[in-house]
Design a protein around this ligand. Structure first.
Ligand code: AMP
Length: 524
């Protein structure tokens, strides 16, 4: 191996074998570290680098895969001539302090006898799927393989391939894959062209023609910003931008719902405009999320991913903009850790508030659980507070006997807890995550007290709601003393600095110790 390769390999690990890759992440995870995966086909550029940067910010260890996947190319496509330059990629990655590059050979990924494919649903057959038959089947298959090999906590994709990202989101949901998706905005060159490994095919005159893609999207944005909401008129104007060059042929040009990909007639916040075109033999794609003037690319992504859920929310909280808060909750609950995460939507606060709390002002006490009490698969609300070990003990603690009584005065939520895979969630993700607890609490205008269940909730509330440094925290057992519960008063910033009583208790169904009933203390 040349000396330079050896030196690079010391900085970042180059792995080409599936078994070595599996062993490496198994070890990483067993040390409690989180793993992020950035799948690429190499020929790395600034677009890839934003994904890598985001992953570095959020995960302890980042694996970048470099694999030109043959199964996603059609027979007439550019698989053979697709740019490959591993040396250059390694050089670039080494300057970003990447931990691991996974660059398997085709034989390693598709050994002889390989025959199983992941078939995407109907959304894999429209737009890119229609233009490139079999493309999304190949993408789905390789993504599932990479996820199984690397076992990351987070996986990073670009908005540039928006349809791909939405399809993978579906795949993650449908196949119950244990990973969170993060979507990063499109990176463009100075002239506006979305950066792509295929831009290298373009000669200067072709590049000039290619600018019609981004210009048409820019035009759509301008029209929306000036108040136009008729998709037909916008499409007409966009189409006009392609008339200037005879060497460009539009494959498709559409304005769609960002999640269903169904064409829309009216633009709403988060609507997606997408385009694919051929400049001679070079095929390029691009898209833009339409929204209010001045919205950041990250917020636009969030709007595209969460707008439909918000629009169905009918909850109203007196005195606050419930929809705005709901928006954040949906976005954050779905994403758990950061602003631009895209995840399969989960039923959460919006749906149970709508159903169970017609009057948010009646709620006086928020019960903050250890975690997962409100999750889909373990939901107190979904099961209508049906007694189980936890629910019975909780009712005893609060001095009530039925779900109806519970809903009159209490809400149950979970402590700041990134819903990824808790043990490996980095602190910075927890900070993001704490936002949704604050948002939730601020929905209830007459909140007077918090009941905090168990050690994890104690630590979460102390650190992320009361913002006390870890050095100021006593161990839970010292803090609890012998009484069985501890009361303190604290001003809570998300509740307009109102003074709230906080009751710390032993968890009602975990551990060995039990707290006596809080009924009379809560009634005071
Ligand atoms: P590729 O190597 O083309 O398969 O792309 C790997 C990942 O990088 C995909 O998730 C792409 O969506 C993303 N990506 C490619 N180009 C860009 C770009 N210009 N901006 C943001 N992400 C990008």
């Amino acid at each position: 191996m040349p000396a330079r390769d050896t030196a690079l390999k010391q900085l970042m690990r180059l792995i080409t074998s599936v078994s070595e890759m599996k062993a490496l992440t198994r070890g990483t995870r067993s040390r409690g570290k989180s793993v992020g995966l950035v799948p690429t086909m190499g020929a790395l550029h600034k677009g890839h680098i934003t994904l890598i940067r985001q992953a570095k910010q959020q995960c302890d260890v980042v694996v970048t895969s470099v694999f030109v996947n043959p199964t996603q190319f059609g027979p007439e496509e550019d698989f053979e001539r697709y740019p490959r330059n591993l040396d250059k990629d390694f050089n670039l990655l080494s300057s970003y302090n990447i931990d691991t590059v996974f660059a398997p050979s085709t034989e390693e990924m598709y050994p002889e006898g390989f025959q199983t494919f992941v078939e995407p649903g109907p959304r894999g057959e429209i737009y890119e799927g229609a233009a490139r038959p079999g493309h999304f089947r190949g993408v789905s298959t390789v993504v599932v393989k990479l996820l199984n090999i690397v076992q990351p906590d987070m996986v990073y994709f670009g908005q540039k391939d928006f349809q791909q990202a939405i399809m993978i989101r579906r795949l993650v949901e449908d196949l119950n894959l244990n990973v969170r998706l993060v979507l990063c905005p499109i990176v463009r060159d100075e002239d506006g062209l979305a950066i792509s490994s295929r831009n290298g095919y373009l000669k200067p005159a072709q590049r000039e023609s290619a600018l019609a893609l981004s210009r048409s999207l820019r035009r759509a944005e301008e029209l929306v910003h000036s108040g136009e909401s008729d998709a037909r008129k916008i499409l007409e104007e966009m189409r006009g931008m392609f008339k200037e060059s005879s060497r460009i042929r539009v494959d498709y040009l559409a304005i769609v719902n960002p999640l269903s990909f169904e064409p829309v007639s009216r633009i709403t916040t988060g609507t997606l405009a997408l385009v694919a075109a051929r400049i001679d033999r070079v095929r390029l794609i691009d898209n833009a999320i339409l929204g209010p003037v001045g919205t950041s690319p990250e917020d636009l992504l969030q709007m595209a991913l969460s707008a439909p859920a918000v629009s169905t929310t009918e909850a109203r909280a007196p005195g606050i903009d419930a929809e705005a808060v709901m928006h954040k909750i949906e976005g954050c609950r779905d994403c758990a850790a950061i602003s631009t995460i895209l995840l399969p939507p989960r039923e959460f606060m919006a749906s149970y508030i709508k159903r169970d709390y017609p009057d948010l002002s009646s709620v006086r006490t928020a019960v903050i659980g250890r975690h997962a009490t409100a999750r889909v698969d373990n939901s107190f609300y979904r099961n209508n507070g049906r007694p189980n070990r936890f629910v019975t003990a909780l009712y005893d603690l609060l001095g009530i006997t039925t779900f109806a009584e519970f809903k009159k005065r209490f809400i149950l939520t979970d402590v700041i807890q990134c819903h990824t895979s808790a043990p490996r969630v980095p602190d910075k993700a927890m900070h993001y995550c704490s936002r949704h607890l604050r948002n939730e609490l601020s929905l209830f205008p007459n909140l007077e007290s918090l009941v905090v269940l168990g050690e994890d909730a104690y630590l979460g509330v102390q650190r992320f709601l009361l913002e006390r440094g870890p050095d100021k925290l006593q161990s839970f057992s010292n803090f609890m003393g012998s009484e069985g519960w501890v009361e303190e008063r604290a001003d809570i910033s998300c509740l307009d600095n109102r003074s709230v009583r906080i009751f710390y208790c032993h968890h009602p169904s975990l551990g060995y110790q039990r707290s006596p009933s809080l009924a009379s203390a809560l009634a005071k």
